[in-house]
Ligand binder design. Sequence first.
Ligand SMILES: Cc1cc2nc3c(=O)[nH]c(=O)nc-3n(C[C@H](O)[C@H](O)[C@H](O)COP(=O)(O)OP(=O)(O)OC[C@H]3O[C@@H](n4cnc5c(N)ncnc54)[C@H](O)[C@@H]3O)c2cc1C
Length: 488
Amino acid sequence: MVRTGTQYLESIKDKRNVFIGGKKADDVTTHPAFKGITRTIANLYDIAADESNNMTYETEDGTIANKIYMIPKSREDLRDRREAISKWSESTFGFVGRSPDHVAAFMAGFASSPEVFERGNPKLKNNALNFYKFARDNDLYLSYVIIPPQIDRSKAAHELEEKFLATGVYEERQDGIVIRGSQMLGTGAAVSDYLLVSCITPLKPGDETYAVSFVVPMDAPGLKLYARPSYAADKPSTYDYPLSTRFDESDALVVFDDVFIPWERVFIYKDIKLVQAQFHETPAHRLGNSQAQTRFVSKLKFIIGLARKIAAANGIDKIPAVAEKLGELASLASSAEGMLLASEYYCTIDKNGTAVPNSRFLYGAMGLQNTLYPQVIHIFRELVGGGVLQVPSSYKELINPETRNDMQKYIRSATVQVEEKVQLFKLAWDVIGSEFAGRHQQYEMFYAGAPFVAKGFSFRNYGYEEAVALADKCLESYGLPEEASVQN
Ligand SMILES: Cc1cc2nc3c(=O)[nH]c(=O)nc-3n(C[C@H](O)[C@H](O)[C@H](O)COP(=O)(O)OP(=O)(O)OC[C@H]3O[C@@H](n4cnc5c(N)ncnc54)[C@H](O)[C@@H]3O)c2cc1C
């Protein structure tokens, strides 16, 4: 089944505990902090439900599902999946990081490798696969929290000054487990259907209580979300903050106040090795991050397009030095896109027949992201100059009889009128300077782990054999000068 936007909106009107501004949000679909993003996600579901967008496929079980849940079996499947993901990411211009396709890809990775889960507790071995089918066939929106809270990173979870600061098993019952603690950072969690909870940072011996993987519906009793400040609420209009008002997906600290999880929703129980294996011995991490790179490529394309339009509006696009900056942006964007396409072209087929994006190119792209994105933003800042601040506080100055003549006279360019000029520059500010923009820089630098983690993936997955062999070949092609060997 593929849902419509309306069905999605209905599904999240429940008793979830989302706290913002010191209060509980009664209905996230109407609350000013979340209304914009829920409309955006609803639109994604409508895009997928529209047959002309070719976003559905026939599953292994003969059901029709959203391609975000596809387990790719070939390079062509990977391309098909990427094209579907791009339909969504181009509709948000790459500014919704945790749209439903992100965690769906992790679940597809889990489901593709049942043998990994079979290594754990026998009574749980089919749970990940069963839940994947349930999520796929109901077109659910999953978010995830897989990082322990930032308290003291020098200590393992069990060494922290109190028990259950990180998320762990407080009690084992016959029908399930009771979870206590907290986890970061639930992007999109406030407006999703289910939360996947686990720990991707390596756990240490003694951390068994914290070595779990499970899913929980967002309205589960005791599950609480503490959302950061909204960048959407209190904005004068979408014209003034076009990205903040529509794409602020929210991030939240997640607290488990003794949340009951029935056994059938537990994938891994007190197993440190398996918690790591679920991400890295299945294609989950690579499928999830190929979705992330697809989104990132859409975002870069959008930014360089906007930079080009602004340069033209300001009459600077013909200056050679400006063309050089635009060219640098184009190079950065095309290298990210090239690495994504290379990861698809050089995919491998694993022992379960799943097409897995090539690790060298995928992790190579991720390792660059924390410097590449700030570089793109820096060049874009240089190009827009002070124009982003030479805009009125809101659209209201454009219509107020006392101010509109000044706006028309002084805020224009050789090629566009005031309305378009203000529109362009307000959009640029939401990319580089608003709170939403600042959060996006943090997001691109940290969403797949801190920069040292992303570069670590690149280090471990490059596959140095060829490179080292080439260095060896060069070293072997010369030696000490003859006179030195004679002296020896
Ligand atoms: C906007 C945003 C959205 C996010 N959304 C999600 C989400 O939806 N789900 C989710 O699970 N997580 C999410 N995250 C969390 C993200 O995964 C973490 O931020 C990330 O794993 C890094 O952890 P940390 O922020 O605690 O940084 P830390 O691990 O505390 O690292 C901070 C800095 O400390 C230094 N440092 C720390 N340890 C080391 C070390 N061992 N070696 C060298 N230097 C070190 C580095 O300079 C590092 O950059 C999100 C984060 C952001 C910023």
